[in-house]
Design a protein around this ligand. Structure first.
Ligand code: PXL
Length: 276
């Protein structure tokens, strides 16, 4: 039997909140991909909607962990980064450079903003730092707000057309990203989707827009996308599967559950879609 591909995800552990590592580990495992985790920080809960949280930065651990992996010759077939903070960018770049198996894939979700605003705790200078992580990535997965901030522009969230998406994606490739999956794209109020670009052409995937939007869906999308890419799907197929799992997760979530989505209920669907 072949070994499973081994992916390292680097993002926080929000103890409660159905986001970041607590989403990535189960979903990437459900894809049939081994998921190692380097926690960037430990928070009591996430910062979107809860009124307070604890935050313990783990940047200081990163160089020692890298040194130990190098000593043991541990390498990864893929890296998937999510919510990280500024001092971690350099240690993460070092790990991605030194602990990569031949042909390792870098997937960067530049988690920092949504709905036109940066998440609490990120300063206006952070997007330029995050852009450094995007340089050289095989895939970046920004939403429209993150894309605008990466490019130093004001977010435009409605009233745009294909020319705007094309121009935004060209800017993201100019940052050094090889492929882009731009999420939250909509040309018709009834549809919401992803623009997927390899630098030569842009293809779109759309799903019906759901009445409800929920926290943590970006992490569900990125985790399934990363797992699907490692399972050999192309970018558009990975984005379409990820979006289907996001929609199914939202639909599976109780009306009064506010801080995340019940992605747990979609794990059988995810595993069966990848078994086909
Ligand atoms: O879902 C993205 C995310 C991850 N981790 C933490 C967050 C957020 C979004 O707010 O606060 C700690």
């Amino acid at each position: 039997m072949n070994s499973l591909p081994r992916l390292l995800t680097i993002q926080d552990v929000s103890c409660v909140g159905q986001c970041s590592a607590t989403v990535a580990l189960p979903l990437i495992s459900a894809c049939g991909v081994e998921c190692a985790v380097l926690p960037s920080a430990v928070l009591s809960n996430h910062t979107a909607g809860f009124t307070a949280w604890t935050f313990h930065d783990l940047t200081g651990e990163m160089p020692a962990i890298e040194a130990e992996w190098l000593r043991q010759k541990l390498t990864f077939d893929a890296f998937y980064t999510g919510y990280v903070c500024e001092p971690q960018i350099a240690p993460i770049l070092s790990i991605m450079e030194h602990c990569a198996a031949p042909g390792a894939v870098r997937i960067v979700d530049p988690v920092m903003a949504d709905g036109g605003r940066l998440y609490p705790g990120f300063g206006d200078d952070f997007p330029a730092k995050m852009a450094k992580l995007c340089d050289g990535a095989d895939w970046i997965l920004p939403n429209l707000t993150e894309a605008a901030f990466l490019l130093g522009r004001e977010p435009v969230l409605e009233g745009y057309g294909e020319a705007f998406v094309k121009d935004t994606i060209a800017g993201l490739h100019a940052l050094g990203a090889k492929n882009v999956a731009l999420t939250g794209v909509s040309f018709d109020p009834a549809l919401l989707g992803t623009a997927v670009s390899d630098g030569a052409s842009i293809r779109y995937d759309f799903n019906p827009r759901l009445a409800r939007s929920s926290h943590g869906t970006g992490d569900v999308f990125a985790s399934v996308f990363a797992g699907a890419i490692l399972r050999g799907l192309d970018g558009l197929a990975a984005a379409a599967l990820a979006a289907d799992i996001v929609c199914a997760s939202i639909e599976a979530t109780a009306d009064d559950h506010w801080y995340g989505v019940a992605f747990e209920r979609t794990i059988p669907l995810l595993a069966s879609r990848l078994a086909q």
